[in-house]
Write a protein that binds this ligand. Structure first.
Ligand SMILES: C[S@@+](CC[C@H](N)C(=O)[O-])C[C@H]1O[C@@H](n2cnc3c(N)ncnc32)[C@H](O)[C@@H]1O
Length: 233
């Protein structure tokens, strides 16, 4: 992964953190030795040969395909994969330390139903076929609080259109956020573009909801008394 990042920096580029602290030697080793066994990156880079989603993901043996974008330290991804061995989970994350953490867990538990993409999600999104994915989840994307940074937000009109194209059914894409501003911003995108994107459903999550408290970011927000908003489209 580290070699691909330096050879094709444009594909890995993103506004936030990529590597926050220096990579430990064990993380460098695991990325160098094992990342390519689970990663889609090389296939995405070679995509000129027309490859369909099933070939890209090697997904023929799985009942469903679920993508998690920005999995952070990967706890929800790993837990989901362990409890649903018949489903293929595709994890997208640019944060290298998070990818290394997930790789460690994959090896430790001998997990067969995870594929990883360490590039900016947009490149995976652009590669997937129409109606090829069963569900997509973005758990607390970076909120980019400052107005001048709103354009960096992952959930924008262009990406909503592209996600709607690759996901098979309506209301199978989920976003959660603890940022009221981001939540309103997303709602605004839906209401001002109702001619080109279908409508969304909203909810404030509570304890019994599936996506409540599933990640570190979420739990931190909950601990600080914040609401968790969910947008489904
Ligand atoms: C606020 S964190 C949330 C992490 C995790 N989902 C959680 O809730 O704990 C957002 C994550 O999304 C990742 N991310 C942001 N933009 C991305 C992109 N374009 N492609 C892939 N990952 C991205 C960041 O690296 C970061 O780890």
């Amino acid at each position: 992964m580290l070699d691909l990042r330096s050879k094709f920096p444009d594909y890995y580029q993103y506004y936030g953190r990529n590597i926050t602290k220096k990579l430990s030697l064990s993380n460098v080793r695991i990325l160098n030795d094992s990342y390519s066994n689970f990663s889609l990156d090389k296939k995405i880079l070679n995509i000129s040969s027309k490859i369909n989603t099933e070939q890209l993901l090697d997904s023929s043996l799985f009942r469903k395909i679920i993508i998690e974008v920005g999995f952070g330290n990967g706890e929800y991804l790993i837990e989901s994969a362990l409890s649903n061995p018949n489903i293929l989970f595709v994890g997208s994350e640019v944060y290298v330390n998070g990818v290394a953490k997930v790789l460690k867990q994959i090896l430790e538990h001998d997990i067969k139903n995870i594929r990883l993409c360490g590039m900016n999600f947009i490149h995976l999104l652009n590669t997937l076929n129409q109606n090829s994915i069963d569900e997509l989840k973005i758990i607390n994307p970076d909120p980019w609080h400052k107005k001048r940074h709103f354009k960096r937000r992952l959930v924008n009109l262009e990406n909503i259109i592209k996600i709607s194209r690759i996901v098979k059914n309506k209301y199978s894409s989920y976003i959660t956020t603890d940022s009221e501003n981001y939540f309103n911003h997303i709602n605004e995108i839906f209401s001002s573009n109702s001619k080109i994107i279908h409508e969304n459903k909203n909810k404030i999550l509570s304890k019994n909801d599936t996506l409540y408290g599933v990640s570190r970011y979420q739990r931190k927000a909950i601990k600080n008394g914040k609401k968790i908003y969910q947008i489904t489209f």
